[in-house]
Design a protein around this ligand. Sequence first.
Ligand SMILES: Cc1cc2nc3c(=O)[nH]c(=O)nc-3n(C[C@H](O)[C@H](O)[C@H](O)COP(=O)(O)OP(=O)(O)OC[C@H]3O[C@@H](n4cnc5c(N)ncnc54)[C@H](O)[C@@H]3O)c2cc1C
Length: 411
Amino acid sequence: VIAGAGFGGLTCARGLKKAPVDVLLVDRNNYHLFTPLLYQVASAVLDPGEIARPVRQLIRPLHNADFLLANITGADLEKRELLTDHGPLSYDYLVLASGSQSDYFGNASLAKHAFGLKELDEGLALRNRILMRFEEARWTDDRELRRMLLTFAVVGGGPTGVEMAGALAELTHLVLSKDYRDLDLGLVRVVLLEAAGALLGTFAEPLREAGRRSLEKKGVEVLLKAKVADVTASSIRLADGHEIPASTVIWTAGVRASEVGSAMGLPLGRQARIQVLPTLQLTGHPEVFVIGDLAGATDGGASLPMLIPVAMQEGRHVAATIKYVLRGYGATNFQYKDPGIMATIGRNSAVAQLGPVRLTGFLGWLMWLGVHLVNVISFRSRLVVLVNWAWDYLFFDRPIRLIVRAADDEK
Ligand SMILES: Cc1cc2nc3c(=O)[nH]c(=O)nc-3n(C[C@H](O)[C@H](O)[C@H](O)COP(=O)(O)OP(=O)(O)OC[C@H]3O[C@@H](n4cnc5c(N)ncnc54)[C@H](O)[C@@H]3O)c2cc1C
């Protein structure tokens, strides 16, 4: 049983394709989400269907695999059962791969008012909110109110925050400026707040600086050493008392592992990640593996980052381990091979750090485009994404700026 059909879980299932096992993938969503482009759903570049694929379609080539749509609530390790709202599922081997969630660090005002950017529906909700604020601002006479409606605060200067802020600034200045000819778009503020002294803290110093300069050129106000204290429906207050009137706050500053680890009462490390052996097994339960964001795996003493290559390599490793164990061999230690990191700041600008190679500006952007296009989950999505990107690039247009509200589906 593989708990979670994200990057780790799906890769593990694929790795078991030819193994003499039956695989059951369990997920609360019936799709696999390509998270790196979620901010493009929020900023009206891409539609949800272009960055998500049905799990059943993805496992069609895996003749030993099936899928169950269910919410995982825990596991009974003694009985060897995964607990779900669909009932308990017996397993011989269990792979826990339920990823991570937004962490508001216990701040109730953030949890209530800020938009997370982890799930597909959060991306859509954010797109609706941004577009709604422009509609409201257009017909508001009060200048201060208009300014508040048109102020978007992105919290967290990591890659997701930087990408979201850049995309929002471009949506406003390049696309919406044509829709709202009678609205003073000089009132629009995109503010990126980072608690540390630099953006993109995991990148080398020159890349951090290049990223900041590029964002500022696109009209983003970057506030460093800005720690958020609380948020209301109309403002964001910093720890130093400074207050910014803003009606949309996007939270990308904190992530912790999914609640499955704590529900199981397992020993947790930093960011609530489950402590694992170097083989990715649970101590005392060699039949249970943990991978991806949920796993507190380390490399040379340091925690491995919550990144796709980590989750995929771990998924592959666990699949190989299960095959070894079935043949009577022991489990081996996992070793991470770092392929590098990158972040785009918008049109013609990105930073990429690939071993000794460092790219910024247009070259970095070309590299970012290529890598993301190749990795989008299916050939069809790749084509549609390419067409949308080309359309946006050539015509400064994002036709997907639709406000789509969910109808009551409780009928
Ligand atoms: C906006 C954003 C952008 C990102 N950009 C990048 C990037 O550019 N590059 C990069 O390397 N990483 C990026 N990441 C991080 C990357 O998405 C994660 O590291 C990666 O997805 C981890 O893989 P995983 O398999 O552990 O979890 P996931 O891929 O998140 O999969 C977990 C799965 O478990 C399911 N699940 C969770 N809880 C339950 C439950 N209780 N019951 C049932 N199912 C459950 C979820 O629905 C999901 O399908 C980004 C993340 C976000 C949010």
